[in-house]
Design a binder for this molecule. Structure first.
Ligand SMILES: NC(=O)c1ccc[n+]([C@@H]2O[C@H](COP(=O)([O-])OP(=O)(O)OC[C@H]3O[C@@H](n4cnc5c(N)ncnc54)[C@H](OP(=O)(O)O)[C@@H]3O)[C@@H](O)[C@H]2O)c1
Length: 249
């Protein structure tokens, strides 16, 4: 049980983050749910409260905005001030274009969200974890943290960066009880492809056609597993693939 733990989940309005919100609420954790979609978070918070009777704080926040991230994470009200577990999950892909055809704004959005956003949130949270000498950060990487595919070069580069950040964080907290983990899923059926193709449902559905992708719940279970190991065990990195998805090369 995670009764007295406060868990900050970025990207909690959809997909893997939303599934994590359910898994952690079921374990009795207090949740800080972060995303840009305030209305979705309000609905999710009300469902979680009625199902699991847990405390929820809604954080309408764009992780790419460094000042807003600092302001909101340093002014949390008392039951939520000490973050025990941070799930750095907010992220996206934009476009599936070859590097010589891609749109620079798409690159910037991926880099700003997947790398800089993760850094802005981590900077505040990890400093407090070091002060309290406890805590756990779980970064959402990807199979794309390990290998590149055509059209996904910049998305993959951002996830390779997440891998570097995970490894660096692990080194920086070495000798403390703070844990840093990375969860690296293959294909998961969420809104990820709809976002990548900017609302083109046919293009998004084609990605999952004749496949049996992972579910957001598969990943949430793994995140929960990482978060509930004994104090001396740190899951440094875990790769989860669907059986008929892209294999590890
Ligand atoms: N689906 C896959 O196949 C797959 C595979 C490997 C890894 N991943 C990774 O898993 C993570 C979650 O993706 P998902 O598959 O669950 O996709 P999703 O359903 O599209 O969820 C993405 C979440 O990120 C949030 N988000 C995006 N930009 C944000 C920003 N600037 N500030 C705050 N929140 C932001 C979205 O909320 P708002 O739009 O409300 O802000 C949403 O809650 C991502 O890091 C992704 O790279 C996904």
């Amino acid at each position: 049980m995670l009764n007295n733990k406060t868990v900050l989940i970025t990207g909690a309005s959809s997909g893997i983050g939303l599934a994590c919100a359910h898994s952690f609420a079921k374990q009795g954790a207090k949740l800080i749910l972060c995303a840009r979609s305030y209305d979705k978070l309000v609905t999710i918070a009300s469902e979680l409260k009625s199902h699991y009777n847990v405390l929820i704080h809604i954080l309408e926040l764009d992780v790419t905005q460094a000042t807003a991230v600092k302001e909101s994470l340093t002014t949390l009200s008392s039951p939520f001030q000490k973050i025990d577990i941070l799930i750095n999950n907010a992220g996206l892909a934009q476009g599936l274009d070859k590097i010589y055809e891609a749109n620079i704004q798409d690159w910037e959005k991926m880099i700003d969200t997947n790398i800089k956003g993760l850094l802005y949130v981590s900077r505040i949270v990890i400093e407090n974890m070091v002060k309290h000498n406890s805590g756990h950060i779980i970064n959402m990487g990807s199979l794309s943290s390990h290998q590149v595919y055509s059209g996904g070069t910049v998305y993959c580069a951002t996830k390779f960066a997440v891998k570097a950040l995970t490894r660096g964080m692990q080194m920086d907290v070495q000798g403390t009880p703070i844990k840093i983990s990375e969860v690296d899923p293959g294909m998961v059926n969420t809104n990820f492809s709809l976002t990548r193709f900017k609302g083109d449902k046919n293009a998004a559905d084609a990605i999952y056609e004749n496949k049996h992708p992972l579910t957001a719940e598969d990943i949430a279970e793994t995140v929960l597993f990482c978060a509930t190991r004994p104090a001396h065990v740190n899951i440094a990195e875990i790769i989860i693939l669907s059986l008929d998805g892209t294999p590890l090369k």
